[in-house]
Ligand binder design. Structure first.
Ligand code: NAG
Ligand code: NAG
Ligand code: NAG
Ligand code: NAG
Ligand code: NAG
Ligand code: NAG
Ligand code: NAG
Ligand code: NAG
Ligand code: NAG
Ligand code: NAG
Length: 832
C-alpha cells in the first residue's frame, strides 16, 4: 500500500516535472501561506505543489474545502484527484499543517488558496436564437434601435469571456451595401449612413440579418461562436418636412394661426424652431405637440418667403434626428396702391413731333407681386390743362403707359406746357400721377416783316457816318431770346459797296439801318435796297424763308457840293538837291466830286523853291535846292474848285532832297592863331583840320591835302596825318616876321571829287615865353571890349618900340640880317 502510494507519488512528480508547472516557477517550497493557481478542466491526479517541512515534522494534514478533490501525501505533495471547473467553483480555501510523528502540529495550519484559472471551455450563446426589431426610415445612423445579447460562462476578465458581435449576412443586400451595423461589443444594431438614406419601407419593409457572436474577442481562430437571426421591419418615418406652406399676407384673423406641424416618431420629443439666417423678426412658433404657428400678420412686400428649421430633441437635449426645413411662402394680396415714379413726370416734346409720336412713358410702380392682377397697372388720362388749342391732345396706352400725340403736332405758341393728370389703377386701387409736357421750340417760324416796302428814303450824300437812317422791324414767333427767334438783317441787294449796315436790337428785333461808308450821289444816287431777315439758327427742314422775310426801300442820295478830293492823303517825292531849276519834282491830283475843274496852288513854300501848275498839278523847282539847308521840304498843296462855291482841299507835299557832293572841303574853323616863332631856329610846323558840308558817308571823311601853289613848294610842305588832319611844315628857316597866307588844296575824294583851296594863315612872330608877342598880321579873333583896349595900348607900345628899334637898326647899318633861333609853337598867340 505504501509502495503503491509512493509509486503514485513518483508518477505525479514525473508528470509535474515534465509539465514544469508551479507558482513563480517553483514547484516546491516550505510550508507557508500561499495562493496556487490551477487550470480548470485538467485530468485528475495533478500535482499542485510539494511542501517541505523540517523535522520533527514527518507528515502533512490537509483540511478546508477539499471537496474530496484535493489530497496531500506525507511527502508534502498536494494534488487533486478530480478535474476542476472554474465555472463551478473558482476558489478553494485549504489549510495545511505539518505534523510530527506523534501527530502533533509542528507548522500551521497555514491557509492555501487554490485559484481555479479559466480556460475557454464555454461557448457564447445568444440569449435568443431569433430577434425581432424595427427601425424608422431615415433614423440617425449609429443610433441603436435594438440589441442582440449573448452570454459566455468563461471568465469575462479573460479573452475567453470576451464576446464580439458581427453581422454575417444581410438579406436582401443590394449593390453590396450594408444598411445595418452592429456594435461588436454591445450588440447594438443601428443604421449605416446608407441605411439611413436609402431604406424605404415602400420599397422593402423587412430585412433579415444573421449575426454572430464569438468569444476570444472574436480574434482567435479557436474562438467559439453562436449565431442568431434578426428580423428587422423598416417603418415609415413620420419625422418628415411638411409641404411648403402658403400664408396670405396681411391676415386679419386672430393670431397665432396654426400653419403646419411636425411629429417625432415617438412621443415625448422636445420641439423647437430655429432660423436659417437671423431675420429682423421671426414670426413663427412651435408647441410641444409639434404644431407650428404664425404669430403675427406677414407682409409679402417685406419678405415673400421664409425658411426655418424644426428640431426634435430627447429629454437630454440631444437631437433625435436631422432638423426639418420648413418653407413658408407669403401669398400676395392687393394691399398696395400704385405709386407714381415721381411727384411730376416731365416729358419734353419738340414742336414738330408728328401725330402718333411717342412722347414718353409713365412707369408707375406697385409693390404687390409682379405679374399678378395685384400689380398690373392701367393708365388713363383724366385731365389735360390747358385745353389749348383743344382737349384730348394726348393719349396713353392703357397698359404700357406710353404717351402719344393724339391729334396734331404741338405749338409752343399755344402753350409752352401741358399738365396731365393720369389715373393709374390696379385691381382695387387708383392713384393719380402728374405728367408735365414741356414743348420745346424749334426754328419753324420765319421772321416776318411788318411791311415789305419801307418806301423812299432821301438822304444828302454828306449824311454822317454812323447815322441811323431807318428802323425796320420783323417778328419771329419762335421762342423769344433764342437763336430761333433772333433776327439778323442782311442787305442782299442794292448795296454792294457796303455803305449801309443793320444792327438788331436783341430785345425787340428792331433793325437799325446805319451808314457805314460815305454815301455818294455821284456813284449811286438811287439804290433799291432789299433786306433779308434771317435767324442765326438754321430753320428746321421743310421750312424756308419766303418773301415775307424780305423788305425793300429805295435809297435816294441827293447831291451836295463837295470839295475836291486828293487822290492821296499825302504826296511824296524825292529829288536830288542839284536838280536844275525848273525840274519837275512831283505832281498832285485832286478831283471834284461834282466834276468841276480844279485849280492847284501851293502854300508854305517858305524857301521859295517850288511852284505848282494850277491845272496839271505838276510841281517843279524854281530855285536851286539845297539839302544842306533843309533835307525834307514840306509844302501844302491846295486844290480849289473852279467855279461852284470854290471849295478847296489841302494836303501835304513832302519833298525829300537827296544829297550831291556839292560842297568843297573847307577848314573846320577860322585859323587865326597859327604862328611860328620868329626867327625860326629850325623848320617848324602847324596842324590843321578840314571838313565838308555834304552828307558824310559812313566811313567818314577822307581828304587829301596839297599845297595850292607850286611856287611854295620850296618853302612849305603839306603832309596828311589822317582823313581830316594835316601838317603844314616849313622847309627852311628863312621866313619874314609876318603873316603868310598859305593856299592849301583839299580834295574830298567824293564822287565826283570836289576840291577846295583854302588859305591857311600862319604868322611868324617874335615869341615871348613861347607866346607870339607881336602878330605881324591882323587876323585876331573877335576881341572883347577889354581886349580891344588892351590891344590898342599894346599897339601903341609896340609901335614905339618898333620905331626905336628901326632907328637903332638904321644906325647900326644893315647886313647883319642872319637867322637866329626859330621856335616852333603851336600855342595860341596872345590875343594882342
Ligand atoms: C445581456 O444579458 C445579460 C444576462 O441576461 C444581462 O446581464 C446584460 O445586461 C444583457 N446585455 C444587454 C446589452 O442587454
Ligand atoms: C470592434 O469594433 C471596433 C470599433 O467599432 C473596432 O475597432 C474593432 O476592431 C472591432 N473588433 C473586431 C474584433 O472586429
Ligand atoms: C426674407 O427671408 C429670406 C429667407 O428667410 C431671407 O433670406 C431674406 O433675407 C429675408 N428678406 C428680408 C428683407 O428680410
Ligand atoms: C394691409 O391691408 C390694408 C388694406 O387692405 C392696408 O391698408 C395695409 O397697409 C396693409 N398692411 C400692409 C402691412 O401691407
Ligand atoms: C403745371 O403745373 C405746375 C405745378 O405743378 C404749374 O406751376 C404750372 O403752371 C402748370 N402749367 C400749366 C400749363 O397749367
Ligand atoms: C419814290 O421815288 C420814285 C422815283 O425814284 C418815285 O417814282 C416814287 O413815286 C416815289 N415813291 C414815293 C412813295 O414817294
Ligand atoms: C411765308 O410763310 C409764312 C408761314 O411760314 C406765311 O404765313 C406767309 O404767308 C408766307 N408768305 C408768303 C409771301 O408766301
Ligand atoms: C476845264 O478845263 C478844260 C481844260 O483843262 C477846259 O477845256 C474847260 O473849258 C474847263 N472848264 C471850265 C468849266 O472851266
Ligand atoms: C571866319 O571868318 C569869316 C571872314 O572873316 C567870317 O565870315 C566867319 O564868320 C568866321 N568864322 C568863324 C567860325 O569865326
Ligand atoms: C587825326 O589826327 C589828329 C591829330 O593827331 C587827331 O587829333 C585826330 O583825332 C585824328 N582823327 C582821326 C579820325 O584819327
Amino acid at each position: 500500500m505504501m509502495t503503491q502510494a509512493h509509486l503514485h507519488s513518483l508518477c505525479l512528480l514525473a508528470l509535474y516535472l515534465t509539465t514544469g508547472y508551479g507558482q513563480e516557477g517553483k514547484v516546491s517550497g516550505p510550508l507557508k501561506a500561499m495562493t496556487l493557481p490551477v487550470f480548470e478542466g485538467q485530468e485528475p491526479s495533478q500535482i499542485i505543489f510539494q511542501f517541505k517541512a523540517d523535522p520533527p515534522a514527518v507528515t502533512f494534514k490537509l483540511t478546508g474545502e477539499t471537496d474530496d478533490t484535493f489530497k496531500i501525501d506525507s511527502d508534502g505533495l498536494l494534488y487533486h484527484i478530480k478535474a476542476l471547473d472554474r465555472e463551478t467553483k473558482a476558489i478553494h480555501n485549504l489549510q495545511i499543517a505539518a505534523l510530527d510523528a506523534q501527530g502533533a502540529t509542528v507548522v500551521g495550519p497555514v491557509p492555501i488558496t487554490i485559484k481555479v484559472e479559466d480556460i475557454n471551455d464555454n461557448r457564447p450563446t445568444f440569449l435568443q436564437s431569433k430577434y425581432e426589431g424595427s427601425v424608422r426610415q431615415n433614423s440617425r445612423p449609429g443610433k441603436p434601435f435594438m440589441y442582440v445579447n449573448a452570454t459566455d460562462l468563461d471568465d469575462p476578465a479573460t479573452l475567453n469571456g470576451q464576446l464580439s458581435y458581427q453581422i454575417v449576412i444581410q438579406l436582401p443586400k443590394i449593390n453590396n451595401v450594408m444598411y445595418f451595423q452592429i456594435n461588436n461589443k454591445t450588440g447594438a444594431i443601428s443604421l449605416t449612413r446608407e441605411g439611413s438614406q436609402e431604406l424605404d419601407p415602400a420599397k422593402n419593409p423587412s430585412y433579415n440579418l444573421v449575426v454572430s457572436v464569438k468569444d476570444m474577442g472574436g480574434q482567435n481562430e479557436n474562438s467559439f461562436s453562436d449565431t442568431a437571426s434578426v428580423d428587422i421591419t423598416v417603418k415609415e418615418n413620420i419625422w418628415k418636412a411638411p409641404e411648403p406652406v402658403e400664408i396670405v399676407e396681411n391676415s386679419t384673423d386672430p393670431h397665432p394661426i396654426k400653419i403646419t406641424q411636425v411629429r417625432w416618431n415617438e412621443a415625448g420629443a422636445q420641439y423647437s424652431l430655429f432660423e436659417k439666417e437671423k431675420l429682423p423678426r421671426f414670426p413663427f412658433s412651435i408647441d410641444q405637440e409639434g404644431d407650428i404657428y404664425v404669430t403675427q400678420p406677414l407682409d409679402r412686400e417685406e419678405n415673400d418667403s421664409y425658411v426655418f428649421y424644426a428640431a426634435a430633441k430627447d429629454e437630454y437635449g440631444k437631437p433625435l434626428a436631422r432638423p426639418l426645413e420648413i418653407h413658408v411662402k407669403v401669398k400676395d394680396i392687393n394691399d398696395n396702391p400704385p405709386i407714381c415714379p415721381s411727384t411730376v413726370t416731365v416729358f419734353e416734346v419738340q414742336e414738330n413731333e408728328i401725330l402718333g409720336s411717342n412722347i414718353g412713358t409713365l412707369t408707375a410702380h406697385d409693390m404687390d407681386e409682379e405679374n399678378t392682377v395685384n400689380s398690373i397697372l392701367g393708365y388713363r388720362i383724366v385731365e389735360q390743362t390747358p385745353k389749348l388749342p383743344t382737349d384730348g391732345l394726348f393719349l396713353v396706352q392703357t397698359y404700357q403707359g406710353v404717351f402719344q400725340l393724339a391729334k396734331r403736332s404741338l405749338k409752343k405758341q399755344d402753350t409752352p406746357q401741358y399738365n396731365l393728370t393720369v389715373e393709374v389703377s390696379d385691381k382695387d386701387f387708383k392713384t393719380l400721377c402728374f405728367v408735365q409736357v414741356n414743348i420745346i421750340d424749334i426754328n419753324d417760324q420765319i421772321p416776318i416783316f411788318e411791311k415789305s416796302d419801307y418806301g423812299n428814303l432821301t438822304l444828302a450824300e454828306d449824311t454822317n457816318i454812323g447815322s441811323t437812317i431807318l428802323i425796320i422791324q420783323a417778328t419771329d414767333a419762335d421762342e423769344p431770346l433764342t437763336g430761333s427767334s433772333k433776327i439778323v438783317y442782311r442787305i442782299i441787294q442794292g448795296d454792294s459797296e457796303g455803305r449801309l449796315g443793320i444792327d438788331t436790337d436783341p430785345q425787340t428785333n428792331a433793325g437799325y439801318v446805319t451808314i457805314r461808308k460815305p454815301l455818294d450821289f455821284e456813284t449811286a444816287a438811287i439804290s433799291n435796297i432789299v433786306v433779308q431777315a434771317e435767324n442765326p439758327e438754321p430753320l428746321v427742314s421743310g421750312v424756308t424763308y419766303n418773301a415775307s422775310s424780305l423788305a425793300t426801300f429805295k435809297l435816294i442820295v441827293t447831291d451836295v457840293n463837295e470839295a475836291p478830293i486828293f487822290s492821296q492823303d499825302v504826296f511824296q517825292a524825292k529829288v536830288s538837291e542839284d536838280a536844275a531849276v525848273g525840274t519837275k519834282v512831283g505832281s498832285v491830283t485832286a478831283k471834284d466830286p461834282e466834276g468841276l475843274n480844279v485849280s492847284y496852288s501851293l502854300r508854305g513854300d517858305s524857301r521859295g523853291w517850288l511852284k505848282i501848275h494850277p491845272v496839271t498839278g505838276e510841281i517843279s523847282s524854281v530855285a536851286p535846292l539845297d539839302r544842306e539847308a533843309q533835307s525834307l521840304y514840306r509844302v501844302r498843296v491846295v486844290a480849289t474848285e473852279v467855279g461852284g462855291s470854290s471849295l478847296s482841299a489841302t494836303t501835304d507835299f513832302l519833298l525829300t532832297l537827296t544829297d550831291v557832293n556839292d560842297n568843297p572841303p573847307r577848314l573846320v574853323k577860322n585859323y587865326t592863331g597859327l604862328f611860328l616863332c620868329y626867327p625860326l631856329n629850325a623848320p617848324g610846323s602847324v596842324i590843321f583840320e578840314a571838313t565838308d558840308d555834304d552828307q558824310q558817308s559812313l566811313r567818314g571823311l577822307h581828304f587829301t591835302f596839297s599845297l595850292g601853289s607850286e611856287s611854295l613848294q620850296d618853302h612849305w610842305e603839306v603832309s596828311r596825318i589822317n582823313g581830316t588832319h594835316a601838317r603844314l611844315s616849313t622847309k627852311h628857316t628863312d621866313f619874314e616876321e609876318r603873316l603868310y597866307e598859305i593856299p592849301i588844296r583839299i580834295n574830298d575824294g567824293g564822287r565826283p571829287p570836289l576840291e577846295g583851296t583854302v588859305s591857311l594863315p600862319v604868322t611868324f612872330c617874335t615869341c615871348v615865353e613861347g607866346r607870339c608877342f607881336r602878330p605881324a598880321g591882323h587876323q585876331a579873333g573877335i576881341p572883347t571890349m577889354g581886349m580891344a583896349v588892351g590891344i590898342l595900348l599894346t599897339t601903341f607900345l609896340v609901335i614905339g618900340i618898333i620905331l626905336a628899334v628901326v632907328f637903332i637898326r638904321i644906325q647900326k647899318n644893315k647886313g647883319k640880317n642872319k637867322a637866329g633861333s626859330a621856335q616852333a609853337s603851336e600855342n595860341q598867340p596872345l590875343r594882342s
